[in-house]
Write a protein that binds this ligand. Sequence first.
Ligand SMILES: Cc1cc2nc3c(=O)[nH]c(=O)nc-3n(C[C@H](O)[C@H](O)[C@H](O)COP(=O)(O)OP(=O)(O)OC[C@H]3O[C@@H](n4cnc5c(N)ncnc54)[C@H](O)[C@@H]3O)c2cc1C
Length: 499
Amino acid sequence: MSRKDPISFLMKKRHPFLFIFCYLKFGAFVLFLFSTAAAAGSEASLNENRSLESGTQQYLKQIEFHIERKHKINKPQFSDSIRNSLINFSMLGPMASISSWTLEKLGDSKTARTWLFFVMPLVRWMSEPFLYPVETRGTPEKTQQEFQKLFNFIAGLQKKGFSVSLDNVGDTSLSLEDAIAYKKYYLSLITQFARAEETNELCMSLKLSALTTDLDAAVGNDREALAKQEEIKTAIIEMLQAASKVQDRRVFIRIDMEEYLYKELTLKLFREIVEQNRILAVDDNGRLRLGVVIQAYLTDAAQDVRNLGLWAASQGFRVPIRVVKGAYLKHEREIAEEKGIKCPVWNHKPSTDANYEAICGFMLQNLDVIEPAFATHNIRSQAHVMALADLYHIDKSAFEFQMLYGMGDTIKGVIVAMGYPMREYIPSGSLPRGLKYAGRRFCELASSDNALARTMRGDFSVIDDTPGFQGAEDRKDGRKVMALMSENISGAVSNPIQQ
Ligand SMILES: Cc1cc2nc3c(=O)[nH]c(=O)nc-3n(C[C@H](O)[C@H](O)[C@H](O)COP(=O)(O)OP(=O)(O)OC[C@H]3O[C@@H](n4cnc5c(N)ncnc54)[C@H](O)[C@@H]3O)c2cc1C
């Protein structure tokens, strides 16, 4: 070995330069491997996104085609046309605020209903497609008959391929009497279901603001708030106790999500009820009897879904999550402006849609910890879920779509015909308590901007708006969402899931 060969010289001397040289060489090699893998990875993810979008577009075209065909074949009945015209007229320009005000007054005040008794049959007829009236103020026998009618109605829908989630219609309970009646409705449903044979499952949705008066008082950690939280938990546990007595058939309770102020409280109470009452909360098949809702219009929704998934993994069961976009947009914006704080909702509608799609993807990739339900009337969002399921080779029966009763019935029919499970969310109960709800549905269906209303008129133009995080702020938050939602947390499951 010649002394002039620098490498040999350095090796001989074990010179530190040699180690630095080798280290740098090795580093460069590792960097090369990483960058090649990253390039291949980003190429793969680009390809995946392209094929996902093309799958979504194919499903969208398929849904649009079938909707148009159904519209051509099934001409609306004369009575439905009159009802739709009346709804459109009641929400035309200045009429909209008068109609909403009248419905609100009729809902809240018995005196208004007594004085305006002559308009009640018309209001009842107009609201009929959106809520199922159940009169519970008569004798116990009469109430029993009313519930029986409801179960027969559900059985009829099941025969057509739909499943059902029953909600006791009504907004915030303003009196203790209202809150008690609200809880009693669910308990009676469960008791009656135990005796009925028409349906094989009872799924219910409830709102915490109706289950108790003054839900605001439950927010926080002070003594008063904790006492209120206990009161809410006790009411739900009572329902779980009743549910646990029903043998062999599924009773399921979903806690709807309301305003952002109650989000943490709702998720906390849900987890506490399940953890502290495991035997009641899990049914004989190892499935949770209680579920929650995530609102994709919130910028922190992705984090919440991920946390719920990890929590479910640590508990050894699947968490039932319904993902919606969120119904309180105007309220959240007003509150944020009033308080001078950042609004928890995305700044742009396409950002909400992009977040919704990212969350759907995450839920479908983590089926061993999440039991997903996709609630939307937007056919683009539905088509995206279908394409995601294809991409991940997921069977149609592993998830369900959900839509509101009386809204977009043609879409529901198309989705069921395509072989996907569809659950109708049916607001039921006292008509006066449902009038505000009906007013909101009238408003949506009469609006020229509403995507569902346009779809039902055969105008698919709005649907072409591709979801994507828009604006600097949404894009920045969107990048965090994409990082969180591309992760598969299934490996975090510590206990086997009982099916
Ligand atoms: C079965 C069922 C159950 C539901 N349960 C709940 C519930 O528990 N809690 C709840 O809050 N809602 C619930 N909803 C309502 C839901 O949140 C939506 O309001 C409704 O479904 C409309 O959304 P979409 O996807 O159908 O229609 P789309 O027309 O695609 O979306 C409309 C939604 O986009 C969002 N949006 C609109 N404009 C903007 C904007 N400028 N910036 C950001 N976002 C915007 C809003 O969330 C709006 O509701 C439920 C809906 C269904 C079908």
